[in-house]
Write a protein that binds this ligand. Structure first.
Ligand code: B1M
Length: 210
């Protein structure tokens, strides 16, 4: 419990070296990666967001907290992805143009990999043109878009329009997600699937492929 509390507190203040240390200490003490993620790291970033909304935190605080979380995620990634399951499908993932948030996307990727998906990550601020090129190159089963700002969510529609224009829309399943996204919004832009979190994203991706 002290380690989880420490992970929460040190992520909140963006102490990346200490978060890294505590992540290793947690593993050594037998804590699962899932426990550290869902009971400490993610709640801490939620609190960071809440403080930002209240005006108690500013962008620099958000940035260092994000970096602390990413450091922990790097350590946990191989453990979460360790399943040896055969490839169930190829997933092309990106954060939409104009949006730099990537922690949530990376977490979805890790869980997808853990479930046996082959994940190709195009990164952040990805233009519709790059997505179209990515589909042509990798021939994915599912194309996933993350958006974390109300101002970048409209890029889902722009991407789907670009796929239609390129004649690719019928070849791929489109999934969308990210903090401000809802099922209603996903339906409105014509996506095939939506999920609120990484675990649900994996379940939904498997359902859509079945
Ligand atoms: Co920003 N930011 N940020 N930020 N940031 C949010 C998203 C915000 C909600 C904070 C707040 O006000 N409460 C707010 C958006 C408000 C809105 O539009 N509704 C916000 C803002 C306003 C901004 C800026 C505009 C601030 C500014 O400059 N004034 C700016 C925008 C920059 C840009 O993109 N152009 C900005 C910048 C940043 C940092 C760079 C400082 C940093 C990003 C670091 C990084 O990602 N490398 C940052 C951070 C850290 C946050 C918060 C605090 C944490 C995000 C996070 O990693 N959460 C965030 C507040 C919050 O979320 N509570 C916030 C943890 C992560 C595991 O959850 O990202 O929701 P999440 O991902 C989930 C689900 O969404 C889902 O699964 C994931 C895992 O469970 N999911 C999918 C994600 N993608 C999916 C795809 C799927 C399915 C599910 O299918 C394909």
């Amino acid at each position: 419990a002290a380690i989880l509390r420490g992970l929460y507190d040190e992520t909140l203040v963006g102490n990346r070296p200490r978060v890294l240390e505590l992540t290793h200490e947690g593993l050594a003490a037998g804590l699962t990666p899932e426990t550290m993620l869902f009971d400490a790291l993610i709640p801490s970033l939620e609190e960071v967001g809440a403080r930002f909304e209240r005006g108690d935190f500013f962008v620099p605080e958000m940035l260092v907290a994000g970096k602390a979380m990413s450091g922990a995620l790097d350590v946990l990634r191989p453990l979460l992805a360790e399943t040896g399951a055969r490839t169930v499908g190829t997933f092309l993932m990106s954060t939409v143009k104009g949006d730099v948030h990537d922690i949530g996307k990376n977490l979805v990727n890790i869980m997808l990999e853990g479930a046996g998906f082959h994940v190709i990550d195009l990164g952040v601020q990805v233009s519709p043109e790059k997505v179209v090129a990515g589909i042509r190159e990798h021939n994915p089963d599912i194309v996933g878009f993350s958006a974390f700002l109300t101002t970048t969510m409209p890029m889902f529609k722009a991407n789907i329009n670009a796929l239609q224009k390129a004649g690719l829309r019928d070849q791929v399943i489109v999934m969308v997600g990210g903090a401000p996204v809802t099922q209603e919004y996903a339906d409105a832009v014509g996506a095939d699937g939506y999920a609120a979190d990484a675990a649900t994203a994996v379940r939904r991706a498997k359902e859509l492929l079945a």
